[in-house]
Design a protein around this ligand. Structure first.
Ligand code: NAI
Length: 507
């Protein structure tokens, strides 16, 4: 069966439905608007006309394009008006029973070939289709808010969805200027699933008292290159939205340790400290802009520095550190064993400083570990051991401030901050590929466009070096015994065979 989508309808013209109608009308598709609330469809059409006019005023579209988009929007008075549509997208209230009965009701009205799509973000497409006469015509079509700006859409294959529908929605999405990504019907689909690692690992780090929220945000934003720190992001989304998603995905995967939420967000939710929308979240927003971010601490040049002895898991890290130290006129201790007064700088992966010092046989009182996962170009994370002496701690901090760059000094954490968060993000991306939720290409594109990360998780792993990610996860797993960190078989196999993480077998 082939489908050619020329006319469509949106049922439920709230935030999402209006956005979908906007891009559909702008791309020349006849689009019916229907809502159970009296007058809502007319209002949505008027609002969209105002939006098109604003776009004309800003020179984003021409007056002719606005007129054409307006002419493609038709208000439907009753559900029977939708009978000739090729596609119906529902964006009504997020309740399984209501969505199921809407689908059944639609089947009584529309033709044999009409595609019935749901914009649900958390319900199973297979379950929504369960009571339909033709469940193969039901598909997930999951847009993101705001629809015109978030240029990605998940096309979700229910257990029985006709594959030709996926092809038709692929074509339609591209015509509307969106990148379709095809997902198997699994909890969180691709984007809400892949997004579980960032916030939950940051919350776990906070809970372990490794450092404060400002420092975690700074490391991940300024060091690693995420657009926003995890706490800034949680404040933007609002805990009324994020916390239930965290809980729902955790439970839908039957308490899988990788997705475990934090008691902290539940408490903040109870206190109605939701984020920007309540002026108080992890940060304070009472004066329009964010306040409460602690500035980075800076240690001025010291009169004297100890010699520095460097140990690294990877030789390129050792070279990079020794080059930096030499540029800053710090004397290197190049002996095989550190001299008795040298600062021991440990570029380790997946450990805390205590464990690294013991493994390397150096005195933990003179040891400071450094996270080399994201390099030292802009920002550095340093981690003294529990017993590092104050003058060594101070010297290390000052050395890495000498060129004016920022240092985040954290308490002991098995795997620093960036290593933990990035290895969780990449490992989860690999697991999603292993579960065949989507292709590697679609996972990468979905995460870049839907979550705004600088890279997709699987391509990011290759860029950083998959052997480093595996080393981090193996060591953290061994030291914590927490199944959350167990490496994905997808990652393990490709590292063992020295293949890129993006490698897939074509047959
Ligand atoms: P909304 O509350 O802004 O709009 C829902 C609209 O549906 C309202 O106009 C309401 O009158 C209408 N409606 C409710 N029940 C109806 C029914 N039985 N028949 C016809 N119309 C009905 O909701 P929003 O945020 O647009 O969400 C809609 C759907 O999109 C939900 O399934 C939600 O999970 C999903 N979604 C929401 C996202 C968001 O960021 N808000 C993102 C992605 C998906």
């Amino acid at each position: 069966m082939t489908y050619d989508i020329k006319s469509m309808a949106v049922i439920g013209v709230g935030i999402m439905g209006s956005g979908i109608a906007q891009i559909a009308a702008q791309s020349g598709h006849t689009t019916y608007l229907y809502d159970a609330k009296a007058g809502a469809a007319e209002q949505a059409k008027e609002k969209l006309a105002a939006t098109f006019q604003k776009l004309v005023d800003k020179n984003k579209i021409t007056a002719e394009q606005a007129a054409s988009a307006n002419s493609h929007l038709i208000v439907a008075q009753q559900i029977e008006d939708l009978k000739d549509c090729d596609l119906i997208v529902e964006a009504i209230v997020e309740r399984l029973d209501i969505k199921q009965s809407l689908m059944q009701q639609l089947e009584e009205v529309v033709s044999e070939n009409t595609i019935l799509a749901s914009n649900t973000s958390s319900l199973s497409i297979t379950a929504i289709a369960a009571n339909c006469k033709k469940p193969e015509r039901v598909v997930g079509y999951h847009f993101f808010n705001p629809v015109p700006l978030m240029k990605v859409v998940e096309v979700i294959r229910g257990l029985k969805t006709d594959p030709s529908i996926i092809d038709a929605l692929d074509k339609l999405s591209r015509a509307m200027g969106h990148r379709p990504v095809v997902a198997k019907d699994t909890p969180g689909f691709i984007i809400n699933h892949a997004g579980r690692a960032y916030g939950t690992e940051a919350l776990k780090i906070l809970n372990e008292n490794v450092c404060d929220i400002s420092e975690i945000d700074r490391i991940l934003r300024d060091g690693v290159g995420f657009r926003m720190g995890p706490f800034e992001l949680l404040d933007l989304t609002g805990l009324d939205v994020s916390h239930p998603v965290m809980e729902s995905i955790y439970h839908q995967y039957y308490e899988e340790a990788r997705y475990k939420p934090s008691p902290l967000t539940k408490q903040l939710l109870d206190a109605k400290q939701l984020g920007r929308k309540t002026n108080q979240g992890f940060y304070n927003y009472e004066t329009d802009s964010k306040t409460g971010e602690e500035p980075a601490k800076f240690v001025e040049r010291l009169e004297q520095y100890p010699k520095v002895w460097v140990a690294a898991d990877f030789s390129e890290d050792k070279t990079q550190l020794e080059d930096y130290l030499t540029q800053q006129n710090i004397t290197l201790d190049t002996n095989p064993e550190p001299q008795s007064d040298s600062l021991c700088l440990l570029a380790c992966y997946g450990e805390d400083t205590t464990q690294a010092a013991i493994r390397l046989g150096v005195n933990p009182e003179r040891a400071v570990a450094i996270d080399m996962l994201y390099g030292i170009a802009k920002h550095r994370t340093l981690m003294p051991s529990l017993v590092t002496k104050a003058d060594y701690h101070q010297a290390a901090h000052s050395i890495f401030n000498l060129d004016g760059n920022m240092v985040s000094m954290i308490a002991e954490s098995i795997g620093f901050v960036a290593q933990r968060v990035l290895s969780m993000v990449i490992n989860l991306g690999c697991d999603i590929a292993q579960q065949n939720v989507a292709t590697v290409d679609d996972i990468n594109a979905a995460v870049r466009l839907g979550l705004g990360y600088p890279f997709g998780p699987i391509e990011w792993g290759d860029q950083i070096g998959s052997e480093k990610i595996l080393l981090i996860l193996n060591r953290i797993s061994n030291l914590t015994h927490d199944p959350r960190y167990r490496p994905s078989p997808w990652l393990q196999r490709r590292v063992a065979l020295n293949l890129p993480l993006t490698f897939t077998n074509e047959f």
